[in-house]
Design a binder for this molecule. Structure first.
Ligand code: GRF
Length: 208
C-alpha cells in the first residue's frame, strides 16, 4: 500500500458549490490513489463546498479576495503563503472564479490544473453552455488543462465530449457535462500525481 508520505499533497481552490472538489476528495480516498487532499481553500467564506470539506475532515482556509481590493498580486501572495504553510505540491482549481497573476501561475507551472466546462480551445471564459447552444455545436464537453498565465490556454490533459440534444436547455447540457467533469478531473489528478504526464510545448503526453 502507498504510504501517505509518498502521496502528493494537494490543495483544491474553490469559489462555490464544489462538486468537482467532492469528486476529487472521493477519488483521493480510494486505495492506492497517488494524492491526498490536504487543503480546500476558498476566496469566499460562503462557498457551499467548504461545508463538505469540513465534514470530510479536510483542513479549510478562506482568503477573501475582497479584502485585497484590486490588488491581485497581494491576494495571490496571501494564497501562496497558505499553500506553502501546508506544504502543498499540486493545486487543483475547481470552480475557482478569480483570475490569477502571471507570477502565481508561473510559480505553479506544471503543478496547477483546472477544469473548464467546454472543449477547449472553443468557448474559453464564462457561460460556456449557453454559448455552445447559441453556436449550434453538436458536441460539447469539458477539458482539464495545466494552468498558464493566459486564461483557459494551458496544455490540455484530458477531454470528454457529450452530445448536444435538440431539446437541451443550458441546465440539461450543464448537467451532462458535469457528469463527465467528475470523471475526468480525478483521472487527471491521478495521472499528474503519479508523474505520468510530460508537457512538450502545448501537448501533454503520457510518460511510458
Ligand atoms: C464547473 O462546471 C467547472 O468546470 C467550472 O465551474 C463549475 C464549478 O462547479 N470551472 P463546482 O463548483 O465544481 O460544482
Amino acid at each position: 500500500m502507498m504510504r501517505d508520505r509518498q502521496k502528493k499533497r494537494v490543495a483544491i481552490l474553490i469559489s462555490g458549490r464544489g462538486s468537482n472538489m467532492e469528486a476529487l476528495v472521493r477519488a483521493a480516498r480510494t486505495p492506492g490513489f497517488p494524492a491526498e487532499i490536504v487543503l480546500v481553500l476558498s476566496n469566499k467564506a460562503e462557498a457551499g463546498g467548504l461545508a463538505f470539506a469540513r465534514e470530510a475532515g479536510i483542513t479549510t482556509a478562506v482568503v477573501e479576495h475582497k479584502a485585497y481590493g484590486k490588488d491581485r498580486a497581494a491576494f495571490d501572495a496571501a494564497m501562496q503563503d497558505v499553500l506553502v504553510a501546508h506544504r502543498v505540491e499540486i493545486v487543483c482549481l475547481a470552480g475557482f472564479m478569480r483570475l490569477l497573476t502571471a507570477e502565481f501561475c508561473t510559480q505553479w507551472l506544471g503543478r496547477m490544473i483546472n477544469i473548464h466546462p467546454a472543449l477547449l480551445p472553443s468557448f474559453k471564459g464564462l457561460d460556456t453552455h449557453a454559448r455552445a447552444l447559441e453556436a449550434g455545436v453538436k458536441l460539447h464537453g469539458c477539458t482539464t488543462h495545466f494552468v498558464t498565465p493566459g486564461m483557459d490556454e494551458g496544455p490540455i490533459i484530458l477531454q470528454a465530449a457529450v452530445p448536444v440534444l435538440d431539446d437541451d436547455t443550458e441546465a440539461s447540457l450543464a448537467a451532462r457535462v458535469l457528469e463527465q467533469e467528475h470523471r475526468i478531473y480525478p483521472e487527471t489528478l491521478r495521472l499528474l500525481a503519479s508523474d505520468s504526464l510530460a508537457i512538450e510545448r502545448q501537448r501533454v503526453l503520457r510518460r511510458a
